[in-house]
Design a protein around this ligand. Structure first.
Ligand code: ZN
Ligand code: ZN
Length: 280
């Protein structure tokens, strides 16, 4: 397997302050025999925090890339892994909260990179105001407290972060009420305090491994993956083109070899249910 030459025995630094190496590291060890270390010197909070002390100006994938670049300056390793998550409405299912995760693997020379992303509806991302209509207990259950952490906020600043016990939560809420007469609770989205997010990162690591294993048939460079799609799979009833995918285009970022795979899901026609003509 060509990806072995690329990765076997190579050293990789995983940039994280939030324990993400626990799910990323073992996969790289197991599938590629890579040796991993965790960055301890890089303050990833400088690139932006979820709690807004530092606003993230870079896009998530750029932030992940920047973490790799900083780590490669600091550590004598072959590869770096940076990752970033972002929370908010799902990119296509707008009204549902989603966790969008990005992982970037970059080589020492910075001329090779594999990036993967994924949007998951598996998230406890939510907040609660003192005057919310639902009860505090139902919110706590919904966000899986105390297995998942919480932050407590006054009108402006955070009073306590990463709360994982009922006692600490009660104290923080009391403090907020005493000081400001109100409070807001937010879910802690840092991976070490959020097992749901950690499992999404683990799933995305699986995608990263698959992409690292997939090599260009022409130059053997790993990371050979779909770069574009052609839509227009025809309707099985009226034979008009639909918006469904007909072909997937794979291309190599190294040698620019390109290939087109027709009917990627072994489906040569589309169900009339998805046809704008049969089912407008
Ligand atoms: Zn190639
Ligand atoms: Zn049709």
């Amino acid at each position: 397997m060509a990806s072995e030459q690329y990765f076997k025995g190579k050293k990789v630094v995983i940039v994280t302050k939030h324990g993400k190496e626990m799910v990323i590291g073992p996969a790289l060890e197991e599938f590629f025999g890579m040796e991993y270390i965790v960055s301890e010197n890089i303050d990833t909070d400088l690139l932006g925090t979820f709690t807004g002390e530092v606003e993230r100006v870079l896009s998530p994938v750029e932030a992940a890339r920047q973490k790799c670049i900083l780590a490669l300056e600091e550590y004598d390793v072959d590869f770096a892994i940076g990752s970033e998550g972002s929370f908010g409405p799902h990119p296509t299912l707008y009204f549902l909260p989603a966790d969008e995760e990005f992982i970037v693997l970059m080589n020492r020379k910075k001329d090779f990179e594999i990036a993967v992303k994924m949007a998951s509806l598996q998230t406890n991302y939510a907040s609660y105001d003192m005057d919310s209509e639902s009860t505090l207990n139902s919110f706590l259950e919904q966000v899986k407290f105390p297995s998942h952490g919480l932050h407590v906020k006054g009108p402006k600043d955070y009073l306590a972060k990463g709360i994982r016990s009922q006692n600490r939560l009660n104290q923080a809420l009391q403090e907020a009420v005493d000081q400001f007469g109100t409070y807001t609770i937010e879910t802690d989205m840092r991976a070490m305090n959020n097992p749901t997010r950690m499992s999404v990162i683990q799933e995305l690591t699986g995608k990263l491994v698959e992409k690292m294993k997939s090599c260009c048939p022409s130059c053997q460079r790993p990371g050979f993956s779909p770069s574009d799609v052609i839509r227009g799979l025809v309707c099985s009833c009226c034979s008009l083109p639909t918006k469904s995918v007909k072909s997937v285009i794979y291309s190599c970022e190294g040698c620019h070899y390109t290939t087109c795979i027709d009917f990627p899901e072994s489906k040569t026609t589309e169900d009339p249910m998805f046809c704008d003509f049969c089912n407008p």
